[in-house]
Design a protein around this ligand. Sequence first.
Ligand SMILES: C[S@@+](CC[C@H](N)C(=O)[O-])C[C@H]1O[C@@H](n2cnc3c(N)ncnc32)[C@H](O)[C@@H]1O
Length: 337
Amino acid sequence: MNATMSLEKTKHYPVMLNQVLSIISPQHGGTFIDCTFGGGGYSQAILKFPETKVFAIDRDKLTQKHANILVKRFPKRFNFFQEKFSNLSKVVQQHVNPRAVIFDLGLSSIQLSDKERGFSFESKNFLNMEMGINEYSAYDVINTLDKEHLATIIKVLGEEKDGRLIANKIDKYRRKKPIKTSQDLASIINDAKKNYNKYKKNPATKTFQAIRIFVNKELTELILGLIEAAKLLSNGGVLIVVSFHSLEDRIVKNFFNLYSNLRKNPSRYLPIKVSKSSLFKQISKKPLVADVKEVNENIRSRSAKLRYAIRNNNSFFYPDEFKKKFVNYLELEGGRI
Ligand SMILES: C[S@@+](CC[C@H](N)C(=O)[O-])C[C@H]1O[C@@H](n2cnc3c(N)ncnc32)[C@H](O)[C@@H]1O
């Protein structure tokens, strides 16, 4: 399979596509939900198999132009909705009975490389960072959010130990004049993180991640999206999530553990306890990762982790520990279940 499945000229690699296809086996036909359409790499690869149907979702209105190409090519088998996947049930009806629901989280390379969106450090454009269907931009957050909240966001969502230091520096600057561009923000963070040359990554990486997650309520979206998928899937349906950083992966891992046969055992010497009230069967506790060839072709795949589980017949329920596990993330982003 050609790794560059782009529907237009931009080089775009659908991450871990071969693993996704081997889990969902579209050659047997059926309906699939692509919750993160992006450049359409997964959807297009599935639609190559004649007995398939795809319902695709993306919150970014700019993905519509990629979707239109597939709508034209597969008018009876492809549907696209510009929507957030936390609203999956608004656009996909229960009777659709999908064989798989797939999430490929985060930003697409198309979004990242579009300087006007303000996701990259070098962008001289408005500090935006909105994926689409947002309540506020990064500009609003950086210039108006309470300093304490800003510090917590940078610490928790960016896993940045210098969260307070950076929030203080941002506050000092914004008192003089508004921080307008991504480049301005990056240089303020660099200023806060003394001796930044010793860092391998740009010192603003973690803070940018934190602000982007907060602006797009990405963790709330993930938690609600997984719930929607679990409700929609029926016996034998597969839930697949490809994630790119530890916060996302932790949520996916906790979600599957709470709902699956592989709950944490009190001792590794005891046999795995199979919960009677599970929703999913996990084949492995360990995530799949991209192979060396893919990592060489697309460096972004290096941090990808793929987890999947198979739905059983039990009715949806919230396990007791559910709120305890996720409530902090939801509160931090201002969302609720
Ligand atoms: C990594 S890209 C997906 C790439 C895609 N698998 C492909 O092969 O082209 C992630 C996409 O998910 C979208 N997205 C992220 N969070 C979303 C959400 N909560 N609801 C809907 N779409 C979302 C982004 O706008 C982006 O286009």
